[in-house]
Write a protein of this length. Structure first.
Length: 221
């Protein structure tokens, strides 16, 4: 008779939103997932840092507009003091300054509050695994902004990238998710992830937002 397998540890999440009417139901809904445990709910950035310090915490689901310390500054502080903690932004704001500010501060995911429970839990799992998830509206806006602000310099990628890795990077630059890239190239999502991991390592790309920027800078998109 085989021994029972040990159940994996649920992801420990802090929900941060200054509105109790948003924060409390969101924490309750996330708690319905078997692999997610909401360990704290915070009304501002200061409370987030306190909760993370009490730890352990894997992911913070972060609102941006909060009193005392806003989401962008809190994300920056977490990156400096607790780099193992991933941040997923969940906000009503999808303007250029909010998106670029949050991603530059180190957020791994950015969703608007139109996102459903499945979208949010998927983003939390992805962030905990070191991946980035951007809302489609956010991704489209980021692409438009980078194309406007970033000049094409032509030679910003290492020569060690394979033709397939360049294809994958170009499709990331077009805003396609892993599934869309897999369908476009007639390969599996697992193979797409392998190509992404390899090209990120070779090109020193931090996350998906950085990959979009590099694709545009290099003229691939």
């Amino acid at each position: 008779m085989s021994e029972p397998t040990e159940k994996s540890q649920p992801l420990r999440v802090v929900v941060a939103d200054d509105q109790a009417a948003v924060r409390e139901p969101l924490a309750a809904v996330l708690g319905l997932s078997d692999d997610i445990e909401v360990v704290a709910a915070a009304a501002d950035g200061s409370e987030v840092l306190t909760a993370v310090a009490a730890g352990p915490v894997d992911v913070v689901l972060m609102d941006l507009r909060m009193p005392v310390m806003d989401g962008i500054e809190t994300t920056r502080r977490l990156g400096e003091e607790y780099p193992h903690v991933a941040v997923v932004v969940l906000t009503t704001f999808a303007d250029d300054d909010s998106i670029l500010g949050a991603l530059s501060a180190g957020a791994r995911g950015y969703l608007t509050k139109n996102a459903g429970r499945q979208d949010i839990t998927r983003a939390i799992r992805a962030a905990a695994a070191g991946q980035s998830v951007l809302d489609r509206e956010v991704q489209d806006r980021l692409l438009a902004t980078l194309r406007t602000r970033t000049p094409v310099v032509g030679q910003s990628l290492p020569g060690t990238l394979t033709p397939r890795e360049r294809e994958v990077l170009a499709l990331i630059g077009q805003g396609l998710p892993n599934r869309g890239i897999a369908e476009k190239l007639f390969i599996s999502e697992a193979t797409v992830k392998t190509h992404i991991n390899n090209l990120f390592a070779k090109a020193g790309i931090r996350d998906r937002a950085d990959a979009v920027r590099r694709a545009i800078e290099s003229g691939l998109t």
